[in-house]
Design a protein around this ligand. Sequence first.
Ligand code: 9PG
Length: 811
Amino acid sequence: MYSLDNPYLHFSLDPNTGHWSLRPQTGTTPYLEAVRPGLKYRLHSRPSLLPNIWEGDLYDIQITSPESAPSPHGRLNFLRLTCREASPAIAALSVEFALPEDSPFLLWRLIARNESDQALTLEALDLALVGARFKPMFQLDATRDRLQLQPGELRLHPDPGHLAFFTNGYQSWSFAGALQADQRQPGSRLRRFSDAKNVNLITPIVKWNGHFTSDMFGVLGDRDHQIGLVAGFLSQGEQFGIVEVVLDTETPSLRLTAQCDDVAFSPGETRATDWAYLQFIALDDFDPLAEYTEAVARENGARVPLHTPIGWCSWYHYFDKVTEKDMTANLVALAQERERLPLDFVQLDDGFQAQVGDWFETNSKFPHGLKWLTEQIRARRHTPGLWLAPYIVRSDAKLLRQHPDWFLRSSSGHLVSAGLNWFKWCYGLDPTHPGVREHTQRLISTAVNEWGFPYLKLDFLYAAALPARRYDPTLTRAQAMRLALKDIREAAGPETFLLGCGCPLGSAVGLVDGMRISTDAAPNWKPELFTPALSQILRHEMDFPCVHSAIRNTINRAPLHRRWWINDPDCLLVRDHDTRLNEAEVRSLATVIALSGGMFLVSDNMTRLKAERRRYIAPLLPVLNVSARAPDWMSTSMPEILTLPLTGAGTLGPWWLVSLFNWSDYSRDCLLDLRQPPLELDPEAEYLVSDFWEQRHWKLKGSNPLLFKAVRPHGANLVAIRRVTPEPRLIASTFHFSQGREFSTWDVAARELRFTIDLGRVADGRIAVALPGTPHTATVENEPLSVKDLGDGIYSLEFTVKRTARVRLEW
Ligand code: 9PG
């Protein structure tokens, strides 16, 4: 046996079979045993024949002695395996295994070589096959006898509990969340119209209960024992990487595949995969995906700007009807209010262009053009942003007539569908075509340098990666997607804020600054289209615009935030006109967006927004840079709990922000046991709970559950929970949803409390503090401040913060 060890993991490689195993240094489970690689290819001359499938029967095995080398993940220790198919060998494989010296994960990749003198096409490289469901039919030994091959085994616990799988959808809008063993992978009824957008078209459609696929990474979990396995890829530069699991027995089956898209594979050529990743985790860790998401960030040199964009977007109120006048009217409203509502970016979305594809011309609704618009925006001290969809073209665009050779086509020469969008068929541009590359780069640099946009929302990016025949036939879809994004970044320059949207996630790490990680929001809770009957048909569409699906992905993809990029949870809609969202739903959306710590764009008509609804915008600013976690992330795709531990100035912290949601269609009680992870409150201690939206507070013993009676359907609560201590302390604040992060100083002396609130905006509000005595002096910015005695040693202070406010209390 050859092995690699670090403080966490023991990896072993069997020199007789070439199969490998991974287990923890301590304990007998979880483990993977006898894991095999696999390869699928075709003879180029006979593309219609079934592919040759080589699954783990390895010959001429050679293993190099361990080597070590530095990497972004610390020093790595390597083992290399080389092997062949049974003779006559057409393909040869090497597998490189790398165990970091001091991190709890395994990395490995495959390098395939065409050993024959025939042209091949490569379909897939399987990085791992393990478990009964991915057992090969049979293998041939060197004398061509049929032998039974060991299927290998994946076991999370000796006595397995309920299994679940966290799936990450292909692109921004695609479903992400946990699925249980008795559920099916969510599918769509709109297949022909929507699959090109929302799913990786090469991934087989799985139909049984407990059979799931995921893009880039997935998490297999045993919920009863809170043990999980993260399986995925560090990058998507070479191929799109897929995780497939079957949870139908106590030992689940796992396959990791790098999709090679039938690219040409000539004699003597080699092709490597991206690095695959495995890690055992505790599902009830506060941040169980930290290690994996950070490794991906390091591998790709992720861009994470310090400042999160805050702004306004035209789409979710005006949609494609937006006019130049709507833009200027909202700009005036925003500029007038910027003291109280500092929404910096003014982002024009879809609706200005002559056609999707014909970007260099505006339509009649924008008579002054885009340069004029950015000048207007800048004149009012706002920052302009623009929506573009550079790789998708609507069937009625001029570009299709002008450059039919720029488009992705099937092997029979037909245009490849990019799905039905805006009720028209759309097609994808070939990002490997020199004409397309020149055109796209000119578009991006025109938008940045001529029109003057330092912020671009780049949408429908998946259209560059559709399965098709490409100008450069040697590139996989993943390589073409990466090329497309690199061209965009190069043309935009390093300073431009690029927001990816409709984009395969793993492809964009290191190239975009922000990424839409959610399904589109909409002014409705569940999917709606034209008529109640049609809406009913769409009710179970997981990737169709609606607030419910936007919330689901925003919660489930929180671990990517500020690691791969800044997460964009999509826009906040708070209006009470032109919407079917009720106030409970608005409150839930506002709460989830605020707790995501991500980008913050409002998409209402700002000239008509009522004061009662502004309370769902202003107190959410400034945004937190951290995101809350759902402790129930593996039990349901719609987590009902969000928790976020915070610290503050002086003795203000630590405290927890907790949100409980009622996603059901009926009002019901919401309850949380505070003794459980991640809060683990002291059952003997006393805590103060302060409800932000309802503006009330109460005391609670750690042994009592947090309980909200009769929460409205689709409704939310948001509370701060702090331990009761004898010193002067904060009870509640209406200035900021975090109830504490707005304080930049908090200094307690013998008979005095001084604090500073830093909001970066003007706000009227109220705070409650507990003090050991009644204050005789109270000032804000050296002006007298009136204090209201609420009893029980609690005092309420009402004042205006003009960006900052220094308060002093003496008793
Ligand atoms: C602009 C919008 C917004 C939005 C994007 C994206 O027809 N369709 O199927 C369709 C799907 C998604 C979609 C638009 C249309 O949304 O996510 O924020 O920019 O484009 O058209």
